[in-house]
Design a binder for this molecule. Structure first.
Ligand code: NAP
Length: 242
């Protein structure tokens, strides 16, 4: 059976993506780092709509933890494989660059970019061996496309993710694995709850923040068979803000 893995599936956009995948009839593995309660709530919501799911805890920025968790899952599921991967886990640690501590630079890059590398590298061999319908979606950001002040770490991580998406897409295309990035603008979630939404939404042409479900709908399309000829792309979902 083909499974989906969503990193950072416990909250926000990742949770909405898990629900969307469940609605597509695909069993979903919900990764989280530390928020067990939120991950259980995602699991409850998936089960409530008749979906199949399981939790998988690991820190995406820790190569050994990623490998150990996926090794254990593969041992328990000898006839299954993870065909759909959504690299969604991410964090923000904003400050002007002249004041940015080393840890904020590294934590943000290690989570978004390192996480993409460790999880994807581990899953690629099986996805490519099967030669059919593998899907990798990377959660980038408008910040990685245009650069945002106060986010040199985050913009760098997300811009690098877009570059890696384009490169990997060319490595895997002949094996039927597509690799795309989604670049949201302002989306309502824990990540943006400390922002001045009333002020910021004035910058957005549609006049509002996006909803996690709207991002999940786009991810769902990119995971589907209908998107088979789309690879190496970064698709914005930002209410017209650029
Ligand atoms: P969120 O509500 O803050 O949720 C973040 C998720 O990532 C949580 O599930 C968290 O797990 C997980 N996570 C964080 N660090 C992790 C790690 N080291 N290992 C495993 N999981 C980790 O964020 P969100 O707004 O849904 O954002 C999801 C993605 O979209 C991120 O990549 C973000 O950069 C991107 N994005 C968001 C926006 C926006 O406006 N919200 C815009 C553009 C891009 P725990 O629950 O265990 O902490």
């Amino acid at each position: 059976m083909k499974y989906a893995l969503v990193t950072g599936g416990s909250r926000g956009i990742g949770r909405a993506v898990c629900l969307r995948i469940a609605d597509m009839g695909i069993p979903v593995i919900i990764n989280y780092q530390s928020n067990y309660e939120a991950a259980c709530e995602t699991m409850r919501l998936v089960s409530e709509r008749g979906g199949q799911c399981a939790l998988m805890r690991f820190d995406v920025s820790n190569s050994a933890e990623v490998a150990a968790a996926i090794d254990a899952w593969e041992t328990e599921h000898p006839d299954d494989y993870i065909a759909y991967l959504v690299n969604n886990a991410g964090i923000r640690r904003d400050s002007l660059m002249f004041m940015m501590p080393d840890s904020d630079w590294h934590d943000v890059i290690d989570t978004s970019l390192g996480g993409f590398f460790y999880v994807t590298r581990r899953l690629l061999p099986k996805m490519m061996q099967r030669r059919h319908g593998g899907r990798i979606i990377n959660m980038a950001s408008l910040s990685g496309q245009k650069g945002l002040p106060g986010q040199t770490n985050y913009s760098a991580a997300k811009a690098a993710l877009i570059g890696a998406t384009k490169a990997l897409a060319q490595e895997t295309a002949s094996r039927g694995v597509t690799v795309n990035a989604v670049a949201p603008g302002f989306i309502e979630s824990d990540m943006t709850k400390d922002l001045d939404q009333a002020e910021l939404k004035k910058m957005v042409p549609t006049g509002r923040f996006g909803r996690p479900e709207e991002v999940a709908a786009l991810v769902g399309f990119l995971l589907s068979d209908e998107s088979d000829y789309i690879t190496g792309q970064t698709i914005g979902i930002n209410g017209g803000l650029f």
